[in-house]
Write a protein that binds this ligand. Structure first.
Ligand code: TTP
Ligand code: MG
Length: 361
């Protein structure tokens, strides 16, 4: 069974500004072009929910946003604070959020600065997925002071639509049985790929809701709209993709080294693990990871008996020095009587890191 999550941060740019300027908390905030006292020519990037009450939203001309804010002020309401975007800050916040998400889900597909799909199938039930989503939201709020809305569904389309419905700070679960009822009353504009133009065209044919659209067979829709009609049919019936594209993040990074001659030389093993640690950390960084929590070592003796040992810390480590130290602590016992009573020589050593982390949280 597929269970897909979609996360979308609430009023993202504005929420980051609100977090960093506590005196603006709860007041209307507009992030976007300079309004220049109503003469500005750019647009609104986003507005927080207080400013949305004035009708201000993404892509609105900033001059219009200014007028809405002035109108509110005339009524004795607080005027909006206009803020120029600080993209670096938003990107950092975005990385923080997704690195938290990656602790819960191995398959994460980031689709924009504040949106991602993630695979919740390992939860194996929608109830468990819902519980996990609550933890994710809580964790994000605690660590980043941002709120997110999460939608859960049997595919990406349903998850994404569900995430948008209970905004802000929302959580909505739509399981397989719930899909038809969930979609039926929604405007066709909620379906992906249906923009204002298509919506108007469909509306002229009396199709306003998903339920209306479902009155047509796929053959009829194909006859009306060509190939695209079939996509439309699938969407109206809640059929969508639940796969994750692209390379998946590696679970571990490791190396091993077979010695030219079987050895009991502690110094040689020490040096070999030191070199491997440096290489592994370089690969970790190149892969976009910032740390690891688990260290695994392998020792293979001359008779091919192979032993692995691992240790997992609470906080992530990040340096080659730390990795070397942890690795040595794990292999040291194999130079002692208890773990190697017959003093066997070592043929191979391996070192590996797991529980990789991304981002700087
Ligand atoms: P959205 O997720 O569409 O919007 P949002 O996070 O501000 O609000 P919400 O999800 O609660 O409805 O976009 C994410 C960010 O992308 C948004 O904070 C600012 C930026 N953005 C623009 O710069 N211009 C735009 O037209 C849109 C839609 C978004
Ligand atoms: Mg958002």
């Amino acid at each position: 069974m597929k269970i897909i999550g979609h996360i979308d941060l609430d009023a993202f740019f504005a929420s980051v500004e609100e977090r960093e300027k506590p005196w603006l908390k709860g007041l209307p905030i507009v992030v976007g072009a300079d309004p220049l006292g109503g003469q500005g020519r750019g647009v609104v990037s986003t507005a927080n929910y207080a400013a949305r009450k004035y009708g201000i939203r993404s892509a609105l001309p900033i001059s219009q946003a200014w007028r809405f804010s002035e109108a509110a002020r005339a009524k004795g309401l607080p005027g909006a604070s206009f803020i120029t975007p600080r993209f670096k800050k938003y990107e950092k916040a975005s990385r923080e959020v997704f690195s938290i998400l990656r602790r819960y889900a191995r398959k994460v597909e980031v689709t924009s600065v504040d949106e991602a799909y993630f695979d919740m199938s390992p939860c194996r039930s929608f109830a468990k997925a819902e519980a996990m989503a609550r933890w994710i939201k809580r964790d994000i709020k605690k660590k980043t002071k941002l709120t997110a809305s999460i939608g859960i569904g049997p595919n990406k389309m349903i998850a994404k639509i569900a995430a948008g419905i209970r905004k802000p700070d929302g959580l909505l679960v739509v399981d397989e049985e719930g899909v038809a009822d969930f979609l039926a009353p929604l405007s066709i504009k909620e379906l992906p790929g249906i923009g204002p133009k298509t919506a108007t065209m469909l509306s002229r044919r009396g199709i306003e809701t998903v339920k209306d659209l479902r009155n047509f067979s796929w053959q009829e829709l194909e006859a009306k709209f060509g190939k695209w009609g079939f996509d439309l049919f699938e969407r109206a019936h809640g059929i969508g993709s639940a796969t994750f594209s692209g390379r998946e993040a590696p679970k571990s990074i490791g190396q091993h080294e077979t010695f030219d001659r079987d050895t009991r030389d502690f110094k040689l093993v020490f040096k070999t693990i030191e070199d491997m640690a440096e290489k592994i950390i370089r690969r970790m960084k190149r892969g976009g990871f910032t740390g690891f929590r688990t260290v695994v070592t392998t020792i293979r003796f001359d008779d091919f008996e192979t032993k692995t040992r691992s240790v997992t810390g609470r906080a992530p480590l990040s340096s080659a020095k730390e990795l070397h130290a942890k690795g040595m602590k794990l292999v040291l016992p194999f130079f002692e009587k208890k773990e190697n009573p017959r003093k066997k020589a070592i043929r191979l050593v391996g070192l590996r890191i797991e529980k990789l982390s991304q981002g700087d949280v």
